[in-house]
Design a binder for this molecule. Structure first.
Ligand SMILES: *Cc1c(COP(=O)(O)O)cnc(C)c1O
Length: 371
């Protein structure tokens, strides 16, 4: 019997995640050495010095299983957020949290509602659970269409994902829009607020969602140490929700899902000023890039994130290839169904300068296309 007939049938249409190309791979393939990756929204600063020290200490105890309860990290987070330890679950990155939530709450035949384009892992996790996916196109200004998302709820809807700010568009929904939306969502539906870029937001209309949790709503907030805390390689993120919702996540979670080095680094990062520093570099980068990309005549919406989503008016896949030949990796929008867009991670000052110069050179060689 072939694997196709052996596999769970709902997996046949599941496409494996295509990650941003690792810079090691590009250097190997092209025989160059100074490749910069501005494709996966990684923090260009590297980890906090405090985190590096904590990791070095933790390395000496890798023979011992990690604390499966993440006691000290949850204590630190609880104090940081103003919630209780039992409001928090920690995971091997937000990616694992999405799977844990799906395993905990999605039955086959139920559905999730999400924006399109948005974070593809919501869809993958739902399909694995045998659930259906209702995708609601973003508005003209590339924001979640919360009215249509609310109107799409039916008797089989279990989860709605609000990626705020949204990846890949970099846009956000406001407090008023979310409040209005939440009034339409029934108690039978769990709203997942994916706030991976929470710390980068500068718009004062950005909604604070903890009150929903404190009011007892069926809301799960997801945050991560991958972005503003520079710990993407360690895989660590967390969810905030009422204890009754957290309980089921803990039932499906593996006993030691978050490793010792990650826990130590996360605690040290929270004690450091790394988030503030990262935010500062990011804001300076956004000012520079929006000015320069504007001068190149490109369209974009000023982002609330550590990346910018840009309409290049050329074939983005071709542009991606040309940039890569010159050692700059970005993310082409065709994978999000928007073939003239690219997603560029905000880098350091020198990375941003190189990006702009290289982009200018490459754009001159490519023909415009209608978007
Ligand atoms: C980067 C990102 C995450 C973080 O995933 P991790 O598994 O924690 O690295 C989650 N959600 C979105 C929308 C992201 O862009």
């Amino acid at each position: 019997m072939n694997a196709k007939s052996l596999a769970r049938q709902n997996l046949l249409n599941l496409v494996p995640y295509e990650p941003g190309k690792p810079f090691e791979e590009v250097e190997r393939e092209l025989g160059i050495t100074d490749v910069i990756k501005m494709a996966s929204n990684e923090n260009p600063l590297g980890p906090a010095p405090e985190a590096i020290e904590a990791m070095q200490r933790a390395i000496l105890e890798t023979n011992i299983y990690p604390d499966g309860d993440c006691y000290y990290l949850k204590q630190k987070l609880a104090a940081h957020l103003g919630v209780e330890r039992n409001n928090i679950a920690v995971s091997n990155g937000s990616n694992e949290m999405i799977k844990l939530i799906s395993k905990s709450y999605l039955n086959p035949g139920e559905n999730i509602i999400m924006a399109n384009p948005s974070f593809s892992e919501y869809k993958a996790a739902a399909i694995i659970s045998g659930a259906e996916v209702i995708e609601v196109p973003v508005t003209k200004d590339l924001r979640h269409d919360l009215d249509t998302m609310a109107a799409s709820i039916n008797e089989r809807t279990k989860i709605i994902y609000v990626c705020n700010p949204n990846n890949p568009t970099g846009t956000m929904v406001t407090r008023d829009e979310l409040d209005c939306f939440m009034q339409k969502v029934p108690e039978s539906v769990i709203v997942i607020m994916d706030e991976a870029y929470y710390e980068y937001v500068t718009n004062k209309d950005y909604p604070e969602t903890l009150p929903y949790v404190q009011e007892g709503r069926n809301v799960i907030i997801m945050r991560t140490f991958s972005k503003v805390y520079s710990l993407a390689a360690l895989r660590i993120g967390y969810a905030i929700a009422k204890p009754e919702l957290i309980d089921f996540i803990n039932r499906v979670r593996e006993p030691f899902n978050v490793n010792r080095i990650a826990q130590a680094a996360a605690i040290a990062s929270l004690e450091s000023n790394h988030a503030a520093k990262s935010k500062q570099v990011n804001e300076a980068g956004i000012i520079y890039l929006t000015e320069k990309l504007g001068e190149l005549g490109l369209n974009f919406i000023p982002p609330q994130t550590n990346f910018i989503y840009v309409d290049t008016k050329v074939n983005a896949r071709a542009l991606f290839q040309e940039l890569m030949k010159k050692g700059v990796i970005i993310r082409p929008g065709d994978i999000f169904g928007m073939p003239t867009y690219v997603r560029i991670t905000i880098g350091t000052e020198s990375q941003n300068t190189r990006l702009v110069q290289t982009l200018k050179d490459c754009l001159e060689q490519l023909p415009s296309v209608e978007s």
